[in-house]
Design a protein around this ligand. Structure first.
Ligand code: 5GP
Length: 205
């Protein structure tokens, strides 16, 4: 396919309640679809044991985060369950200019900000197979203390109610199926131009 025949790259936002499995879907996409650019957010949350700084998040202090806000360096940002999260603007804009499909994993408030700043972005809602299953996953994952789980459950209700604001819903019944559906929504499953799959570019960010 020549460059002109390729649909323009665009921004896709993946959102959905805490515990729905956004990270698992993203991990699969990271492994299988390296031409899709995954934005690395900045956060003031404490690093979890399995996370790597610079890969899952850039972990920063509140004052460092404030400096990014003051310098207009975040495309969007939000406070979620007591921590700040934001998307570095330059990284995303650079990839879009290069024609790469870009995926953001952000919360509902961030999705709404992206919708108003970039109306052409596609908003995808990752839904649990059922509310009971979501509660089970959130309590069972063992990464958060009781108070954090309680705050995340409260947020989950609000996030579930917002599904209608999104362009598409993907149900995370099986993570592989959900990841495939998301990649096809990104419009890039058939794009993967050979030039983007070479070893030099496969893992660059
Ligand atoms: P977690 O602490 O579980 O990694 O993330 C908590 C919530 O913050 C999730 O809903 C996640 O999608 C959201 N989040 C992660 N990065 C960002 C970001 O850059 N901006 C916004 N608005 N939300 C984010």
């Amino acid at each position: 396919m020549d460059d002109d025949a390729r649909p323009a790259a665009r921004l896709t936002v993946l959102s959905g309640p805490s515990g729905v499995g956004k990270d698992s879907v993203i991990e699969l996409i990271r492994a299988r679809s390296p031409w899709i650019r995954l934005s690395v957010s900045v956060t003031t949350r404490k690093k979890r044991d399995y996370e790597t700084d610079g890969e899952h998040y850039h972990f920063v202090t509140r004052s460092e985060f404030q400096r990014l806000i003051d310098g207009d360096q975040l495309l969007e940002w939000a406070e979620f369950a007591g921590n700040l999260y934001g998307t570095p603007r330059a990284q995303v804009e650079g990839w879009l200019q290069q024609g790469r499909p870009v995926l953001l994993k952000i919360d509902l408030q961030g999705a709404r900000q992206v919708r108003s700043a970039m109306p052409e972005a596609r908003l995808v809602f990752l839904a649990p197979p059922s509310v009971e299953e979501l509660q089970r996953r959130l309590i069972g994952r063992g990464t958060d203390d009781e108070e954090t789980i309680r705050r995340r459950l409260v947020h989950a209700d609000e996030e579930l109610a917002a599904e209608a604001e999104f362009d598409n819903t993907v149900v995370n019944d099986f993570v592989e199926r959900a990841a495939d559906e998301l990649v096809s929504l990104l419009g890039s499953s058939y794009l993967a131009p050979v030039s983007l799959l070479g070893p030099a570019s496969a893992n660059e960010h």
